[in-house]
Design a protein around this ligand. Sequence first.
Ligand SMILES: Cc1cc2nc3c(=O)[nH]c(=O)nc-3n(C[C@H](O)[C@H](O)[C@H](O)COP(=O)(O)OP(=O)(O)OC[C@H]3O[C@@H](n4cnc5c(N)ncnc54)[C@H](O)[C@@H]3O)c2cc1C
Length: 573
Amino acid sequence: MQVARGAYETLAFSRPNGDPSLLPVRAQLGRRLLQSRPHRQVTSTLTRRLQSTEASAPLTPPPPPPGSSRWNRILQTTGRITLFTVVTAGGLFYYVAHKDRTPGPQEPHDPTKKTLVVLGSGWGATSLLESLDTEEYNVFVISPRNYFLFTPLLPSVATGTLSAKSIIQPTRYMTRHKKRQVTVIEASATDVDPVNKIVQFKDTSEVQGLVSSTAMKYDYLVYAVGAETQTFNIPGVRENACFMKELDDAERMQRRFLDCLESAAFPGQSKEEVDRLLHMVVVGGGPTGVELSGELHDFLEDDLRSWYPELVDSIKITLVEALPSVLPMFSKQLIDYTESTFKEAKIDIMTKTMVKEIKEKSVVLQMPDRSIREVPCGMVVWAAGNTLRGVTRELMAKLPNEQTNRRGITVDESLRMKGADGIFAIGDCTATSYAPTAQVAAQEGAYLARVFKQLAKRDALRAELEELKGQTAPEGEQERKVRVETLESQVAKTDKTRPFKYSHQGSLAYIGSDKAIADLPFFSSGNLATAGVATYLFWRSAYLSKLFSLRNRALVANDWIKVKIFGRDVSRE
Ligand SMILES: Cc1cc2nc3c(=O)[nH]c(=O)nc-3n(C[C@H](O)[C@H](O)[C@H](O)COP(=O)(O)OP(=O)(O)OC[C@H]3O[C@@H](n4cnc5c(N)ncnc54)[C@H](O)[C@@H]3O)c2cc1C
């Protein structure tokens, strides 16, 4: 019986020119016959029936269930669109990634062009380099770190949400794509001579070659060295607190935090010692301090609860701020929202509280009523402001009449350093009416790229003018005079640069528990203040789009997905 059934089905499926839609009909027919007759008789009857069926009218397929063909069409179309999108996006991704990875040949430096030295590889400098037309200059970049750091995501590195390499971009990845060669030198500027236009620099890394310090003459200098962490000379800050400024700081904080956890888990630890070790104090209620507190809370809830269940309820996060409220740059309702979110998350906010000293195992605080309290803690993170770097102070001291602002370099409306010829200063090292933010530094960098384009044009016109003025050919005198006048008016026009104007794109901050706050400019009428989970998604997409390369975007998105699926890593490196 089994063999016979196989034979019928083979017969039904193997007809070379049969209409496939008839196959189920035929198979069913064969099966019916099988059930009613002996094997041989059945075979011949079926063959005859099939032949006669084919010879006579064609079999019509059973009508499809109502609506199924429409669904099939919709599914087919959706499938095709999806396939097309995936293939196109994949192809585009591969193309851009491949283009990024394989820079072509570059023009060498041209001795007839002017030398532009850029100090720094942060927000200001990178934004400048991105937009700069390097054909017009011989460009040198000098910075102690050979990469750009996306600072807004630094707190995410400190808590293991993102890996360190995801938020940095080697400077060469950008400069190697420029038309003319850009020389990147990993070194710290140690001195700038604004009169003779010379910058001195030194290799300050661990490994050094036979030559580790030298000097370079510049025609133009872009001074974008940023600022360093302000400690207000409070005792113990430098020795006992973790900073949150550089990549190393974030990695150090992560190690220290996990070390506190492991030490608290050590057998025989007293309750007081466990509480001390697991008390994390963040100093500074600006966006960095708030984001870090929020990220620490997420780490605790999402991961530590699983891996350190016996300790997690002893972990305490305190945010200390000297001003009357956190996030002073945000609107009142967003401040209130942040405070209530932190309250729910059991993050203590201590406002009007000043740090007086940081000891190895405690922090000394001056409370709002001016009383002094010593609070035991395992870790203090210091995220409380900027101060000028030593090299900036020294440069300003060389121009005592013009550089008198203790907050930073004074610049004119075109970002030229006052009192210095050929020096432009941007970002956190300057004293302007703008806040020291990445947004400001990036816009200043992009503005300077336009200024340099104009300067190159002006210099070319000037050179032509000089040449023309030096000529003495009586036959074309009238023509020459006209050309000189035209050039003079063009030079006068290019001498004027449009002043820098900052356009505020809004303020964003992540506050933990999958919530963010945003103060966005809304037309010209005012601000749009939003908060919550949707804002958090906006925060993520805004930061993804602000990252400088496809590579960083892919790495950051990948880290976010990885953490969602597998959680954060709690191993201590
Ligand atoms: C944790 C954190 C989070 C932040 N979040 C935000 C945010 O969400 N939004 C926002 O708008 N801003 C944010 N900021 C502020 C923002 O990062 C700064 O305002 C911005 O980096 C300033 O850009 P800059 O180019 O002046 O300096 P930086 O970006 O700091 O760059 C300075 C560069 O100079 C180099 N350098 C240092 N010394 C020397 C030297 N002697 N010679 C040569 N080069 C030198 C440094 O290595 C660095 O490459 C954040 C800052 C931090 C620390």
